[in-house]
Design a protein around this ligand. Sequence first.
Ligand code: ADP
Ligand code: MG
Length: 737
Amino acid sequence: MFDLKKIIEEARREGRGVLDEGTGKQALAAHGIAIPQGVIVSGADGAAEVCGRLSGPFVVKAVSRDVVHKSDLGAVRLFLQDATAVETAIEEIATALDAHGARIDGYLIEEMAPAGLELVIGGLVDPQFGPMIMVGLGGVFVEIFKDVAFRICPIDAQDAAGMLDELQAAPILAGARGEAPINRQKVIDALCAIGGKDGLLCSNADDISELDINPLIASADTAVAVDARIVISGPTEHSGENTEAKSNVDVCAAFAPLFTPNTIAVVGASATKPNRANVFMQQLRDFGFEGAIYPVHPTASEIDGHPAFPSLGETPEPIDYAYVAIPAARVPDAIASANGRLRYAHILAAGFAETPGGEDLQTDLLAAAQKAGVRLLGPNCNGGYSPRGGLTFTHGATNEVGGVGVFSQSGGLGIDIVRRGQERGLRFSGLMTIGNCADLGPSDLLEFYLADPQTKVIGMYLEGVREGRRFFELLRRANAKKPVVILKGGRTELGHRAAVSHTGVLAADARVWQALSKQTGAVIVDDLESFIDTLLAFQMLPPRATNPTRRAVLFGNGGGTSVLAVDVFADHGIEITPFGDKTFAALSAMNMPPGTSIANPFDAPIGTLKQGEGALCGQVMRTVQEIEPLGAFVLHFNLPVMWSHIDGGENRIVEKLLDAANEVRTAFCDQTHFLLVLRSDGRSDIDERKRNCRREALARGFPVFDELTNAAKALGAIGHHENFHQNSRLSCLSSAN
Ligand code: ADP
Ligand code: MG
């Protein structure tokens, strides 16, 4: 019986980091993947006997622990017709390797696989997410085209099919230019044999760090792994992540003291020189926090009108939430003193694990917190905002409670998100900055927002996740029931893993996150503006459970702008394609003013926009919606142009147009998403009026964007989410049948 665990243990004992090709292939075969029949011999002597047992033509390859790419050294010989050719090949390979000073451990004589398309299947254990699988065009194409698709394991057959469809080479697999298509099912089976629930990777996640099947030769009939490279992992440290599902009620109850605290302690406020902790107390009062505030100070008896106490353990009642703004070195003792009387502490100080030499202090802090029964946020962050609980860490934040739940690994960005977000119309169910995540991290906050009935949309700024497996499982289990938007920092940083396999090199962070997005429906964005735009779109445009957005109408003034935008929409998966004949005929019959372009994009000059105080435009939208309902209307108005052309100074044409759009939207029961782009030329008077205009639009339920490109990204995100839903719904239906 082939026993991979035993073989790997033996290899570890002998200090070998890579299994030889023959053993690697046996491991594949044990999981049901086809491999060529073959035998390892020690020299030309045994060749004739072996060839007698196999069917030609034959292949000979060197087995050598010193050689990574055998072909580069002339150590692979193909199309050998008989035993004599095999013997000659063995001698030639011996000479070639000798010249390179490479040791020879034997020669693999094997049958040739049927000719076909060379694919690569790769596997690796990602430091964040654990086992991952890759497929792509194999051979030399791997390095040149990097046309590969990744998924986080385990995968099922539907995931595997999606991976093949994602490749640019998909048409080649399907048989481009008269070639026979490859046997897709065999490739899907091979992918599941590696990356499936009981596949090679998941069953050996602690032992295998990387794996390359390059190539898997896929033909019309079969898919054969003709090369295999399995890299053994070093002694593993178990992450021991708990991925079990908890009940929503339990999760919400556990987080209640953080999001709706009754008692807040402030550590670090000064009795003499007001600092950020004093400011925080003031902010709490201004914000309307109704609970008790307890300043903690070693000597003062009163701070800013509140009686002060010497330690967290000596306040008159237990504390739900402590804002701790003292220098790093003093934090562990301050937390230790709470001793069972404090639930959550936000640690602001920097100088912990993010600073060289600060790791030990962070370990001490965590130990102190665990002993004292305190859950930590931070260190190295800025605080939290929870309008439902009267908690804020920034001036000017609104009391209005909304549905957008956010957490951020950067404190500064957290403030940006609150301030800019609310200007743009976002309303939050909470925002927590989590800094170094010594204790509570992304998975914990994600788990809360998923469970929290107040939260409808989840956003996060992430640099990395420690409990990646738990994070992934949470998202996967949630099955996109709430839209999730991830602003990911540091995606260009290449994987820091050893480049032993192709897979390892290609598994850059960006691809890993792309895979996560494909598998969970989460949306990944690159910058703060897109983050806010996308959250706003999700907040205001409830995703459709059926009929996902794939097409949209662009409607407004600015022909060139909308033509340019068509490509951007296409890049984000939204087609702006011409109307059908019936729609076109109906619009033509409406006798639009000159200059109107009855196409999609629909270019409406001022004369058209203002006709009937927006009534004509309303009629256009209604007609389109009646005959050819597309997924979305994107209205875009060039404000300075509109305002300069219309007499009477204070006109309300934009509002009139929005009212017209609103009527159409209501008449058709919100079947179509309406997005609004208000374009300014940057002059201060225009910007000022635009601000008012934005407010009016938000009040009518239209999300507002600054440019068409912003709207394109946001609508693309909605489309991604809706498509994910539809696919997962369809797969549920088909598995139920
Ligand atoms: P390496 O990747 O170390 O150079 P491979 O074992 O992948 O060596 O062999 C190099 C190439 O030879 C493969 O990409 C494939 O085209 C071809 N090849 C190797 N073994 C077989 C086989 N059994 N049947 C058909 N082609 C093979
Ligand atoms: Mg190879």
